[in-house]
Design a protein around this ligand. Structure first.
Ligand code: COI
Length: 353
């Protein structure tokens, strides 16, 4: 992109020697873009990281009109920088925007801008195993107005954060509680989009689950509370009797890019995989009759996360014997291999920059 203005920081931060957490450290620069009624999306620029001025009446602060994305940049052993399916994230950003009446963006132009930002911050991409540069694009309604209608002014920002594993457990199996009281989304609502509101709606249940010793909750459908939907920050897969199933996209489940990648990899490996309605009772029954082999979550932040324990009412399902032969670990190794450039990318998912 020719006319991207880059204003460099005069006070670069000290880069951490080790990355142990998720989302606590931020790089020196951000990408910013504005939307106004007259000019549309305009004025893409790179600026030093810092506070942003926001009118106290900005719509996003009152009615939550905002969306976000999450993707990662990886450094290969040769020092190349790789993005994983970045255009898919920007296309999903547009789908999320549509759900909350935010004007559409030019996904290719955003990708060009992101590439310049990541190039500028390339020394922030951590190199230790399991680390990467998490990329968080987001949009907020900035118009100062208290009526309830779509805003006519917005700001898009992209911030970057060197990260390690999302869960403190790393690749160790996580404990999940099946949520029976609260619901996250219903069909026809915002559940399939990455709107900020979805994540606000998930907090109370997650906090209560944490107090009981669980990492996350598994959401059931919002109407019958019978069908499995997704985990707080991941889509969910079950391996039962050699066959892999994941809940079909029904409007209230996030259209995960890692979810889609896993389905494509399994198809390539000729492992039976299906997207369908899955009842929680079926999972409990499979656990009882010994056919439940694996449960794992998928997500950009979480990558592939094996589930070791799942509690549902009085039932406690336990799968402890994950090892290198487990499908979830093989998938983790394969996908991260593509992302870090040690496995050939036959899917054309990598964008090298
Ligand atoms: C991601 O996986 O990128 C997500 O958006 C999860 C995030 C809420 C931590």
């Amino acid at each position: 992109m020719e006319n991207l203005i880059i204003k460099k920081t005069t006070m670069p931060k000290e880069r951490p020697r080790e990355i142990k957490s998720f989302g606590t450290i931020f790089t020196d620069h951000i990408l910013v873009m504005d939307y106004t009624k007259n000019n549309g999306w305009d004025n893409m620029r790179i600026e030093p990281y810092g506070s942003i001025a926001l009118d106290p009446s900005a719509c996003a602060l009152h009615y939550g009109q905002g969306v976000f994305e999450g993707l990662k940049a990886y450094k290969t052993k040769n020092g190349d920088i790789q993005l994983f399916r970045p255009l898919d994230n920007f296309l999903r950003l547009n789908r999320s925007c549509a759900k909350v009446c935010i004007p559409q963006l030019d996904a290719n132009m955003l990708l060009d801008g992101l590439e310049q930002l990541v190039k500028l911050e390339k020394d922030w991409i951590p190199e230790e195993e399991g680390t990467s540069l998490y990329i968080r694009p987001y949009i907020i309604a900035t118009e100062a107005f208290l009526g309830v209608r779509p805003a006519v002014e917005y700001k898009l920002l992209i911030i970057l954060s060197p990260v390690g594993a999302y869960y403190p457990e790393g690749l160790k199996p996580v404990k999940i509680l099946v949520e029976e009281n609260y619901v996250r989304a219903v069909r026809g609502g915002l559940g399939e989009a990455k709107t900020m509101a979805n994540y606000a709606a998930s907090l109370l249940a997650a906090e209560e689950a944490k107090k009981k010793g669980f990492s996350q909750v598994l959401w059931l459908d919002g109407v019958e509370r019978k069908y499995v939907e997704e985990v707080g920050t991941m889509n969910i897969f079950f391996k039962i009797n050699g066959k892999v199933s994941t809940p079909a996209l029904n409007g209230s489940i996030l259209q995960g890019i890692t979810r889609d990648s896993v389905i494509q990899v399994l198809q390539k490996w000729e492992i039976p995989v299906e997207e369908r309605k899955i009842t929680i009772d079926e999972i409990v029954a499979a656990s009882k009759n010994g056919t439940l082999e694996e449960i794992f979550g998928t997500g950009t932040a979480a990558v592939i996360s094996p589930v070791g324990k799942m509690a549902y009412g009085n039932e406690l399902l336990s799968i402890e014997d994950y090892d290198d032969e487990s499908l979830s670990i093989k998938l983790y190794n394969f996908l991260t291999g593509i992302q870090y450039g040690t496995v050939q990318d036959d899917f054309n998912w990598i964008k090298r920059i």
